[in-house]
Design a protein around this ligand. Structure first.
Ligand SMILES: *Cc1c(COP(=O)(O)O)cnc(C)c1O
Length: 351
């Protein structure tokens, strides 16, 4: 709707603007005071997303960081431990919230491109150690994996993790900010992922294109407790149906089209891989592409500036890694322009 000035804004799939029909759905939403549980649109969204993931109840919140943090808080006592991948959003990109808000300590396992290897996580689980060591109270899995480059967690590894934890009583939380992408890319049912976890957080504001919002799902009892903490954190919203309507619209209309983003990301990656060792094609599974700038004589930041001058916005997510994310506001022409810009810049060498 609004001209952003970019030929293709691949900074993130959070940059999308609500479409005209989404805005209409928002304008026409039935609303009430959600702190009193009286907003029918919020309730409908919570029920819809819980149903999609095969859980009893849902809780709407403004951000995925908050739905993650509510999930972590439900499972881990102050001083208890969560285990996560070293590249996980919950340990790298939520600004220490688990420690600051909930007194949670973290240990991390290493991965390749964020891919879960169940035995690496299970090797770290520490339970029944009395007053001597920190108790593991939660394992967090991220799917798809953001800093891993949109990689998909193998269902077999998630199941192996679940089976390995079975005797320990340690629950599992899924940071499913982009679980939608994993579902569309693999055809694995959302419920098949959902049922392996005690709580799941999903974002509506990433590739689905809603302006705001995430949903946490779990048991009705867990969601009742999360509702208390959401209010305590200051995120009990009133006529939030205006926002939930965008999320409902997104789930109904923008889920299947994620395949288009995956196709464009793939096409970009293949075109760039043709001209040099800049992309690991096996890691391009969904809507994210990581471009490796080492060996070009330029840092990721310099490459991002250079493509920026050609109208392409990309995110330097490491010293030699540029991240690009496809979404519903980037079309085939934008993808072609990104291919041309990257080919030109990567081919130039230092200078
Ligand atoms: C975006 C994202 C979140 C939540 O981010 P918010 O900006 O707080 O909505 C959580 N996990 C992952 C993996 C993400 O990419």
């Amino acid at each position: 709707m609004t001209d952003t000035g970019w030929v293709a804004d691949l900074l993130s799939d959070t940059v999308t603007r609500p479409t005209a029909p989404m805005r209409r759905a928002m304008a026409e939403a039935e609303v009430g005071d959600d702190v009193f549980g009286e907003d029918p649109t919020v309730r409908a969204l919570e029920e819809r997303v819980a149903g999609l993931l095969g859980h009893e109840a849902g809780l709407f919140a403004p951000t995925g960081s908050l739905t993650n943090q509510l999930g972590l808080r439900l499972h881990v006592d102050p001083g208890g431990e969560m285990l996560a991948d070293a590249l996980a959003h919950v340990v790298r990109a939520e600004l220490g919230a688990a420690a600051v808000f909930s007194g949670i300590t973290s240990r991390t396992w290493s991965s390749t491109a964020g891919r879960l290897v169940a035995k690496d996580a299970l090797a770290m689980v520490t339970t029944g150690v009395g007053p001597y060591q920190v108790e593991t109270q939660l394992v967090v899995v991220e799917n798809t994996h953001n800093f891993g480059g949109g990689t998909i967690q193998p269902l077999t590894e998630i199941r192996a993790l679940r089976d390995g934890l079975a005797g320990t009583g340690v629950p599992m939380h899924l940071d499913g900010a982009r679980l939608w992408n994993a579902h569309v890319a693999t055809g694995v049912e959302l419920t098949a992922y959902g049922q392996l976890f005690d709580t799941v957080s999903v974002c509506l504001s990433k590739g689905l294109g809603a302006p705001v919002g995430s949903v946490l799902v779990g048991s009705a009892e867990a969601m009742a407790r999360a509702r208390v903490w959401r209010k305590r954190y200051g995120a009990g919203m009133r006529q939030a149906g205006i926002l939930a309507a965008a999320g409902l619209y997104a789930v109904e209309h923008h889920l299947e089209r994620l395949a288009d983003d995956h196709g464009r990301a793939r096409r970009f990656a293949e075109a760039i891989a043709e001209v040099g060792p800049y992309v690991t094609l096996a890691d391009v599974e969904t809507n994210i592409v990581m471009v490796d700038t080492s060996g070009t004589g330029r840092s990721a930041a310099q490459v991002a500036v250079a493509v920026g001058e050609r109208g392409i916005r990309a995110y330097p997510s490491g010293k030699d890694r540029v991240r690009l994310v496809w979404h519903l506001d980037v079309d085939d022409a934008g993808t072609d322009a990104a291919i041309a810009a990257f080919r030109e810049v990567l081919g130039q060498g230092a200078g």
